[in-house]
Design a protein around this ligand. Structure first.
Ligand code: ATP
Length: 234
């Protein structure tokens, strides 16, 4: 579904990605883990065209995303939930969700999806008329995910969904990730919480200062000594 080859990204003199290759297959949850500054967010930004690519390729559904206008990418079934939620704080919960469906024209299906999203996130339904900026951090993360779901994505890319959340909310967010996967959404998950990210994933990649240092079956990585030492505090 998504195939990245030899991707390089630089911010001026800083080379953030130094030739990474990875893929996400239909129906998988793939996690990308790594320390602060390893280049995880940059990878997602390069996929969605938010940062310029120096070299390499990003192919989604057989199409070269480097040649695709970033504004069209969402219409291709690829949704990105950025780090730090970034909901529209001065809009209500319901308005945020409507923005998620902005590029869709199928009114009936949008209404059905809204019901489905509210069923999955009852807290958001209760707060439909509340301004998003007044939601708690966990609720904002749920809103950011719910808004992305309103675009009806086939591939959902989540950037650090657990960041800054209390353990109980982290559990809830990961339960939702599992449920979304079960209902057929392919997921690329960027996380610093390696324990959770590896527990939920089929496969994973470890990013270290702009390079993939390890990759493979997520359960195997979870029990790998080097991974445990570096990322799991073992
Ligand atoms: P974190 O977990 O802390 O969010 P990350 O793995 O997502 O880290 P990135 O945000 O992708 O890391 O950053 C990778 C490297 O690129 C870092 O060294 C960072 O300082 C640098 N970088 C990121 N954005 C910019 C920018 N806009 N201008 C200059 N350097 C940048």
């Amino acid at each position: 579904m998504l195939k990245i080859e030899d991707l390089e990204v630089s911010y001026g003199a800083v080379q953030a990605l130094r030739g990474i290759s990875m893929e996400v297959n239909d129906g998988e949850i793939v996690s990308l883990i790594g320390a602060n500054g390893a280049g995880k967010t940059t990878t997602l930004h390069a996929i969605t065209g938010l940062v310029p690519i120096k070299s390499g390729s990003v192919i989604y559904d057989g199409r070269d995303l480097r040649k695709t206008d970033p504004s069209r990418i969402v219409t291709m079934g690829l949704a990105h939930v950025p780090e730090g939620r970034q909901v529209f704080t001065r809009m209500t919960v319901a308005e945020n969700l409507a923005m998620g469906a902005y590029f869709r024209k199928d009114k009936k299906a949008i209404a059905d999806d809204l019901e489905r999203v509210y069923a999955r996130f009852p807290r958001l339904k209760e707060r439909a008329k509340q301004l998003a900026g007044t939601l708690s951090g966990g609720e904002q993360q749920m809103l950011a995910m719910a808004r992305a779901l309103m675009s009806k994505p086939r591939l959902l890319m989540l950037d650090e969904p657990s960041m800054g959340l209390a353990p109980i909310l982290v559990e809830q967010i990961f339960d939702i990730i599992r449920a979304l996967h079960k209902s057929g959404t392919t997921i690329l998950l960027v996380e610093q919480n390696a324990q959770m990210a590896l527990s939920v994933a089929n496969r994973a990649y470890v990013l270290e200062t702009g390079k993939i240092s390890m990759s493979g079956d997520a359960q195997e990585l979870l029990h790998n000594d080097a991974v445990r030492k570096a990322y799991l505090g073992a």
